[in-house]
Ligand binder design. Structure first.
Ligand code: F3S
Length: 388
């Protein structure tokens, strides 16, 4: 440690800095890191009251009371409801607890981004070091943006934000970013749902190996976002590579057949009938392109009676795409910011069956939302949600 880091560790810069430094040093010891490195941003998960619960609120308040302050740009994952729509349907005590959590983060200088796609607010530079805790964003940052981050837990990302540094291990070291397995996708993937299914399938078989995936040549960033989110859902992989020209000889190889993708999608569809209470798009949060595309598909149509249709995105994108948001909302669908359906209270709203294009949502909803699932591409989601 540097002299200044030692002083922080010894409490010379106050309790909040001391406790955060202790978290980072302990983490570094666990992974044999020899130093702390500066980060350009931190992203914190565990913001929803539904997943956080009551216990950590006191800790957050103590940190804020002790003048803990973020030293770098620090963003927050989604909370448990959108204030404008779902917030009004939930009990007062839930709303108050959620606002208390957000208040503590704001007192510490965190940006109220409330999104799992912080890279749409500000795209990190390739090669920059980050301490991000949302697993889908971690894979996207490492694989698509070329930034360097481990998959942090909520507390370590919080500590990194307040210290402005993270231990130097894992994905921060060039030698750990080399592919260790070659994956051949035998049939071109047709839509974002198939990209997600590939991620779910690979996550289960790769452990923490880094795949070099052949067959992603023309994949859009939105499709890669689905792949990465799903990969992190079932496995510990924090990165994929997709440049076939860098193919390494002598590494293990595995093939993914069309049947693997089909079987994965079928396995994630647990509902017996295609009659969802909720049609949900926006896990991870929608990009501007996705919002624009949805608006084009649904303009002039109406959502079916007794069906909810939600499109989730960041407030940042919602404001940027205001005209498209109006088009979508005129149909009776809701564009919701700040929240994540998976960490929301859908069961309290009577939602029992969720149709989605997101493999990650389909994977988690049966346990976290106690809902049955139907996993289909966006096109079919919209066809189901809308009349005509
Ligand atoms: Fe984002 Fe929630 Fe999906 S945090 S990645 S919308 S599960």
């Amino acid at each position: 440690m540097t002299r200044e880091e030692e002083q922080i560790y010894d409490g010379e810069f106050g309790w909040a800095n001391q406790v955060c430094m202790k978290i980072l040093v302990r983490l570094g010891e666990l992974f044999n890191a020899t130093r702390l490195i500066r980060i350009s941003s931190a992203h914190i998960s565990g913001v929803s009251y539904k997943t956080l619960g009551d216990a950590p609120i006191g800790f957050l308040k103590s940190l804020a009371d002790a003048n803990g302050k973020a030293k770098v740009k620090a963003t927050l994952n989604p909370q448990s409801f959108s204030p404008e729509y779902l917030g009004k349907k939930l009990p007062k005590n839930i709303r108050e607890k959620q606002f208390t959590i957000l208040e503590q983060f704001e007192r510490m200088g965190f940006t109220r981004s409330l999104t799992c796609t912080p890279y749409y607010l500000q795209r990190p530079e390739a090669g920059s070091h980050l301490a991000w805790a949302e697993s889908s964003a971690v894979v996207y940052a490492n694989s698509v943006l070329g930034a360097w981050t481990n998959r942090e837990g909520g507390p370590s990302a919080l500590a990194a934000a307040i210290i402005g540094k993270t231990p130097d291990y894992g994905m921060h070291m060039a030698g750990n970013r080399e592919p260790t397995i070659l994956v051949n996708v035998e049939k071109p993937l047709q839509n974002e749902t198939e990209f997600g299914a590939l991620g779910i399938h690979l996550g289960k078989i790769l452990g923490n190996k880094i795949p070099l995936i052949n067959g992603l040549k023309n994949a859009s960033e939105d499709s890669l976002k689905q792949l990465g989110a799903a990969l992190a859902t079932t496995g510990m992989t924090n990165m994929f590579r997709r440049d076939a020209s860098s193919e390494k000889r002598g590494i293990e190889k595995v093939s993914v057949e069309a049947e693997d993708i089909k079987r994965t999608i079928e396995g994630l569809s647990t509902a017996a009938r295609h009659e969802p209470d909720l049609v949900f798009i926006g896990c991870p949060h929608c990009s501007l392109d996705e919002i624009r595309h949805i608006a084009g598909e649904v303009e002039g149509k109406k959502v079916k009676q007794r069906t909810e249709c939600w499109v989730c995105t960041s407030r940042h994108n919602m404001e940027k795409a205001a005209d498209y948001v109006k088009i979508i909302e005129r149909t009776g669908a809701h564009v919701l910011a700040d929240m994540c359906t998976i960490v929301s209270w859908t069961e309290m709203l009577g939602i029992r069956t969720i149709m989605t294009n997101s493999a990650k949502t389909a994977y988690y909803a049966p346990t976290l939302n106690k809902a049955q699932t139907i996993l289909v591409p966006q096109e079919e989601c919209l066809k189901t949600a809308f009349k005509g």
